[in-house]
Design a binder for this molecule. Structure first.
Ligand code: CAA
Length: 285
């Protein structure tokens, strides 16, 4: 089976980006949200991103028009039933994801590949919500924020993933213009396994008075050539998301390096969720 039609579940930060790159790569794409308002918000983010590419000259106005034609929004799950691959990018709630996949399994054609963009939940657990045949066609496709810019996709296999399906998913990531890396269903995969302890350690360094927020970020930007310092990156990812991922990883591995530091917990409790809330380590208002 050749992948022609792509379904995306969720039109938030990640879902809108995934839908955008799928339509840009030439796939007929349908993206589903639970209501019109978040759908409109997602489409507005896509428009902003496409405008940046047009401004830069990497996309023509005609190409943007073609992308718009290939991309459709819906609030109905049923409209994803004839997709060749469905990529789930809804909130990181295992129960909700399982319910959604269970429903999708009953309406999608047997060949449809199911993929989750989860960063830290178990692909295997989600997979068990579907029928034995579908379980062989279940993978993780983990994209990075901002999706239209970041080149990497982690392609995640479970113990039951069919070899052909897995290779097809790797090729699909390439057709999206991304660089795939192969990994297995172990919490955090490759990137968060290495990134999360680093981000948490930067917060611990701040707690210990090793340096100021700006100095810690400057040190890693200029000392290691990172595009963003770790505390800026925490704000960018979202402190609530960073905390949530750290909790899942700590619960899975019981290793101190994944334990969320008290400062992170307090900032999240205080509503300082980073860039999206207007304040995190930095003030964005
Ligand atoms: N769409 C289109 N273009 C975009 C864009 C978007 N959504 N976001 C940024 N750009 C473009 C800008 O227009 C700009 O273009 P020019 O260079 O041609 O002017 C370019 O990207 C750079 O953007 P900025 O000048 O605004 O800022 P920057 O140089 O700092 O780059 C960045 C922004 C690409 C985000 C860069 O800082 C970066 O790579 N940061 C690290 C991001 C990162 O680590 N992401 C992974 C987070 S972890 C994750 O996602 C997974 C998880 O599980 C938590």
């Amino acid at each position: 089976m050749e992948i022609k039609k792509v379904g995306v579940l969720g039109c938030g930060l990640m879902g809108s980006g995934i839908a955008q790159v799928a339509a840009t790569a030439g796939f007929e794409t349908v993206v589903r949200e639970v209501a019109e308002e978040p759908l409109a918000k997602g489409f507005s983010a896509i428009e902003n991103s496409l405008a940046k590419f047009v401004e830069k000259g990497t996309l023509t106005a005609e190409q943007r028009e073609e992308i718009r034609k290939r991309l459709r929004g819906t609030t109905s799950l049923e409209e994803l039933s004839d997709c060749d691959i469905v990529i789930e990018a809804i909130i990181e709630n295992l129960e909700l994801k399982c319910d959604t996949f269970r429903h999708l399994d009953s309406i999608c054609k047997p060949e449809t590949i199911f993929a989750s963009n989860t960063s830290s939940l178990s692909i295997t657990e989600m997979m068990t919500a579907t029928s034995p045949e579908r379980q062989r066609r279940f993978i993780g496709l983990h994209f990075f924020n901002p999706v239209p810019i970041m080149k990497l996709v982690e392609v995640v296999r479970t113990i039951l993933t069919d070899d052909d399906v897995y290779e097809q998913a790797v090729r699909f990531a390439e057709r999206l213009g991304k660089i795939p890396v192969r990994t297995s269903d172990r919490t955090g995969f490759i990137v968060n396994r290495l990134l999360v302890p680093y981000l948490l350690d930067a917060i611990r360094a701040l707690e210990e008075g090793v340096g100021s927020i700006v100095d810690i970020d400057t040190a890693m930007r200029l000392g290691c050539g990172h595009p963003m310092g770790p505390l800026t990156l925490c704000d960018f990812v979202g402190l609530d998301t960073t905390y949530y991922i750290a909790e899942i990883m700590f619960n899975e591995f019981r290793e101190k390096r994944f334990a969320p530091p008290p400062l992170l917990k307090r900032m999240v409790k205080a509503g300082l969720h980073g860039r999206k809330s207007g304040r995190g380590f930095y003030d964005y208002t």
